[in-house]
Design a protein around this ligand. Structure first.
Ligand SMILES: [Zn+2]
Length: 113
């Protein structure tokens, strides 16, 4: 049962490395992004890092762009909604048909009986 001690040893040893990584001496730039709802978000990037063309708005989740006058349009999730509605419709249709068929069968049974 020496395994527990070995794991503890590696954890303590890994500490200093994490601390040296945390130093924020690298120069950073703040970039403004605007979403379709007019929200401005200012994430910061390392100066040498290439800034992304779009950024997810932290307030509404829409994609935000660098151009305040022309923010990226909100992605339409209509296809998904339509598909979901379509599936629901189909299901209720099938249910309705089943109920109708049952009712018709009962009617016929009554007439015949
Ligand atoms: Zn937004």
């Amino acid at each position: 049962m020496a395994g527990g001690n070995a794991i503890r040893g590696t954890r303590v040893g890994a500490g200093p490395m994490g601390e040296s990584e945390r130093g924020e001496s690298a120069p950073r730039q703040r970039v403004s992004y605007w979403c379709a709802n007019g929200h401005e978000s200012k994430p910061s990037f390392a100066l040498e890092a290439e800034k992304p063309e779009s950024w997810d708005c932290p307030r509404c989740g829409l994609p935000a762009g660098l151009d305040e006058q022309a923010p990226p349009k909100a992605p339409r999730n209509e296809p998904y909604k339509t598909h979901l509605a379509y599936v629901k419709e189909r299901r209720s249709d099938a249910d309705g048909e089943a109920i109708l068929a049952e009712a018709l069968a009962k009617l016929r049974a009554k007439r015949e009986g």
